[in-house]
Ligand binder design. Structure first.
Ligand code: ATP
Length: 267
């Protein structure tokens, strides 16, 4: 039953258990984000400012967006998700106004988290871009971050694959002054990620996740998720070679014979 639930329920709740590897990174992010949102008075008492911005960087498919989604679900803060490319393209000409609106609403309704995915699209190095529009959007974002005070109770999380393309002014104190690298998983990380994504699958007896973790050097989380999904599809294909795609008529006896065998699939 579980496998079916997982694949059909797109609104599934995620938790920190759904992140493979990255224990240290997740703990640091939680400390930076959950503590100040939950105990703003403690920071005031200590006389320090909580971080305004946290920048996650690393190669695609390693879990940046996943972590942001989980933080949103686990904290009681309001969550505003902004896609960099969307702000620039969909709201072309109104990008600054749109950003301003989001920051205003987040401040009004704090505690809030603003997630800026692919921030490099909104905040490229100003010396390297030609267009005035791009420069204005970067400047607007800097001004909005500077305008946030402790009282607003807003934290901005940003993600990028290209941290060195960002305008350096963004990475100064009081802006995105905390950075966390979300790297490609190591062997143990791959083992955990494989376990997470094959959780609801009827695995064949010979499936050895340790061995698979050894074989998948260089795979990121998104690759390992795809591997599990593809292996499951190949189990279906093996059982139904001339599939007519009428799954409603799949006999239960056959369903019970479906096992996911990943080794064959990898080689
Ligand atoms: P991009 O830079 O392309 O946005 P990203 O780092 O934000 O990449 P995600 O979108 O978080 O990557 O990853 C894509 C999918 O891959 C996730 O939804 C998740 O299913 C899977 N995944 C990636 N990393 C992990 C991980 N560490 N543990 C479990 N699943 C992962």
């Amino acid at each position: 039953g579980q496998a079916v639930d997982k694949s059909t329920d797109t609104t599934q709740r995620l938790s920190y258990e759904d992140v493979g590897g990255l224990r240290r990174q997740v703990n640091r992010i939680r400390e930076m984000i959950e503590l100040p949102l939950r105990y703003p008075e403690a920071f005031a008492r200590l006389g320090i400012d909580p971080p305004k911005g946290v920048l996650m960087h690393g190669p695609p498919g390693c879990g940046k967006t996943l972590i942001a989604r989980i933080i949103a679900q686990e904290s009681d803060a309001r969550f505003f998700s902004v896609s960099g490319p969307e702000i620039v393209h969909k709201f072309y000409g109104e990008s600054e106004a749109h950003l301003r609106k989001i920051f205003e609403e987040a401040s009004r309704k704090g505690p809030s988290i603003i997630f800026l995915d692919e921030i490099d699209a909104i905040a490229p190095h100003r010396e390297k871009v030609v267009g005035d529009v791009e420069k204005r959007v970067v400047a607007q974002l800097l001004a909005l971050m500077d305008g946030l005070t402790r009282r607003n109770n807003v934290i901005v999380i940003a993600a990028t694959n290209l941290p060195n393309n960002l305008d350096p002014a963004l990475r100064r104190p009081g802006r995105f002054d905390r950075e966390i690298s979300i790297p490609i998983p190591d062997r143990d990380g791959r083992r955990e990620i494989l376990e997470i994504h094959s959780r609801g699958m009827p695995l064949a007896d010979e499936v050895d996740l340790d061995h698979l973790a050894d074989l998948t050097h260089g795979f990121v989380g998104a690759d390992l998720e795809a591997l599990c999904r593809e292996a499951a599809m190949s189990a279906l294909r093996a059982l139904l070679p001339d599939i007519d795609f009428n799954l409603a008529e799949l006999p239960y006896r056959q369903l019970s014979q479906m096992f996911v065998s990943m080794d064959d699939f990898l080689c």
